[in-house]
Design a protein around this ligand. Structure first.
Ligand code: SF4
Length: 310
């Protein structure tokens, strides 16, 4: 912890999975907070993304999330005194190169000059630096020594449901109190929508409680789009309720798999959905359902990183 005292999903890049091994365990299914949220938002969205695995183009907003997360992760490799806004701004170019090396095709979404074909790269890189400037208005990284960054976490519930995900940052105070931090490059949720945003954090808190035996003292979402923070102090009752909710989502997914009914649920997410061309809401048809046996085997195998939320 401190020494003294419309949201885009991050585009997926390869991350290291270091966590509780479940090899040899009888895992029935696995769920990340992103995929659980997909199903809660729209069962058809979940199906097309997780079972059909239709390709999705990353958006400039999602790529910004990836670059900014990369800088914020590596910023803490520097000596504390060097974690300045200027140094973070200088790190953007290398973080962008890291993304390009992993996914060279993403360069095609940018244009060299003013054009309606896509954003111009110089302006887009400036927007990454703008997000980082907003970060420094909220936290002083010179006064922080995170215990973990970009940490893969997982736990197997008694029901044999594997919960897994990547946590942006974990701070541990001298008294052992744990703070879980997640960065968002989008704007903070409106009044009444904080609970939905905190679902991901409660999910991580549940996994940490189950693996470390300690309920995190604080969950914090850092919104760089409008310079706001949302904080929440969970307790055991909250996390037990989260466990019941996650298992209810899992059972609902299993029922949809058994019935083959993946109903569209039109709402705010449609505006950003990659699957409008396969959705009845937009007058289109989903593709035939793939072989669920193979999809189930892939969904259970705890290999490779799930896409996160930024
Ligand atoms: S367009 Fe809307 S209703 Fe259709 S799959 Fe996407 S989120 Fe669901």
């Amino acid at each position: 912890m401190e020494a003294s005292s419309g949201t885009a999903e991050e585009a997926p890049v390869e991350r290291t999975r270091i966590g509780t091994p479940v090899d040899g365990e009888n895992v029935l299914a696995s769920l990340s907070p992103s995929r659980a949220s997909d199903f809660r938002t729209c069962p058809l969205l979940y199906r097309l993304r997780t079972i059909d695995r239709l390709p999705e183009e990353p958006s400039p907003d999602a790529l910004r999330g990836t670059v900014v997360h990369k800088v914020l992760e590596e910023l803490f490799d520097l000596p504390a005194a060097e974690r300045t806004p200027e140094r973070a701004a200088d790190m953007v170019q290398d973080a962008w190169q890291f993304v390009l090396d992993a996914e060279p095709d993403v360069a095609e979404m940018f244009v060299a000059g003013d054009s309606e074909a896509g954003p111009e790269i110089t302006g887009w890189l400036a927007s990454c630096r703008e997000s980082l400037r907003a970060y420094f208005a909220l936290e002083d990284p010179r006064r922080l020594e995170p215990a973990e960054r970009e940490l893969y976490v997982e736990t197997l519930l008694d029901s044999k449901l594997l919960l897994r995900g990547f946590v942006d940052r974990i701070d541990v105070a001298p008294d052992g109190a744990i703070r879980v931090v997640d960065y968002k490059t989008g704007r903070s949720p409106g009044v009444g929508f904080e609970g939905k945003a905190l679902f991901q954090m409660r999910f991580y808190a549940l996994v940490i409680w189950r693996t470390r035996g300690v309920v995190p003292a604080l969950l914090r979402l850092v919104y760089l789009g409008d310079g706001q923070m949302v904080s929440y102090e969970p307790d055991e009752r909250d996390l037990l309720a989260t466990e019941r909710l996650v298992e209810a989502i899992w059972h609902a997914i299993e029922r949809a798999k058994a019935s083959g009914e993946w109903l569209p649920s039109p709402g705010w997410a449609c505006a950003w959905c990659s699957f409008q061309a396969h959705c009845p809401t937009f007058g289109n048809e989903p593709p035939p359902l793939p072989d669920l046996t193979a999809a189930r085997r892939d969904a259970v195998a705890p290999t490779g990183p799930p896409t996160s939320g930024p």
